[in-house]
Design a protein around this ligand. Sequence first.
Ligand code: NAP
Ligand code: ZN
Ligand code: ZN
Length: 349
Amino acid sequence: MIDCTGFGTTAADKPLQELAFKRRDVGKNDVKIKILFCGVCHSDLHFARNEWHFTVYPAVPGHEIVGQVVELGSAVQNFAIGDQVGAGCMVDSCRTCASCREGLEQYCEVGNTGTYGGTEKIIGGPTFGGYSDSIVVDRHFVLRIPKGMDLAATAPLLCAGITMYSPLRHWDTKAGKKVGIIGLGGLGHMGVKLAHAMGATTVLFTTSASKVADGKRLGADEVVLSKDREQMARHTASFDLIIDTVATTHDLAPYFNLLKRDATMVQVGAPEHPLPINVFPLLTRRRHFAGSAIGGIAETQEMLDFCAAKHIAADVEVIAIQKINQAYERMLKSDVKYRFSIDMASLPG
Ligand code: NAP
Ligand code: ZN
Ligand code: ZN
């Protein structure tokens, strides 16, 4: 087994600290990645604090991983030592169910293996995430990072990027469509950039007056302060698609009212507690309320290539791993511009 160093936690109410743990040896289909940067997703915080009620401790978060190939299994031919690669939210799936065969491994019918919080298939126990020095991933779940991309700013594409790209594509975002993004955090700022790059008229909904200028700089045609009823009312029944990235309980009805007839609001934010839903705005215009989870491996590669071609990456604040607990507190205050990216060179040893 491989000895790893990382940062994680031993209980929901404990801060993250340095942890030693083991990963499986490199199997014949595996790629060992030396992790250079790992983005900080709000899911990491939900998971570390057991807000989704399935965390097994010790827990090591992190699923926005970029790095370099340092070892290859004997059957791996499509990667070479030194390649620039990434890993996202999944490290395995059954590969045989209908969803896996369609390239929708995130919806694997027997459950995909999460990069963290999953079950390690070879050595048992929980899977450990990317706040660490290295990771071993089956080649099928390893992504190529196109040359020339800034690695610190690319890491967040592996979760925040694909989580927005997939629903934008699924609901046919293009010129002539009007798309709303709720929340200018890690996911939201990628949503604004991607919807704009796909040609849609892009509107950002934010609770933070201080983010209006940034919203426009990032690609929003208009920024709406969601607490301002008059600003909201100007957009009644006008959207083809709205994607909600908010990580906490909030009222959805004001946004439902902004959808056209038959249009869809997609929930990607995953609050701990159930959201109250007023169904009337759904009934009166046959509107849809849907969910979406990350994206499949092929689509994640497509997203990375799209971002490389369009020169899109996350706006990041690079931090040393020792700052992770402060980073979580800032994330809870919506004080991130717009994703933390951990420089793994800061790991001791
Ligand atoms: P984040 O960086 O913390 O961004 C969330 C944003 O929501 C904040 O920046 C803030 O934007 C807005 N917000 C915060 N509190 C709010 C409130 N009370 N009412 C309205 N808006 C509020 O989080 P993230 O990393 O983007 O993740 C967002 C959520 O998506 C998390 O729940 C995460 O677990 C989930 N997620 C889901 C998937 C998936 O596959 N579905 C993948 C990744 C993450 P403003 O300041 O602009 O209002
Ligand atoms: Zn994530
Ligand atoms: Zn499957």
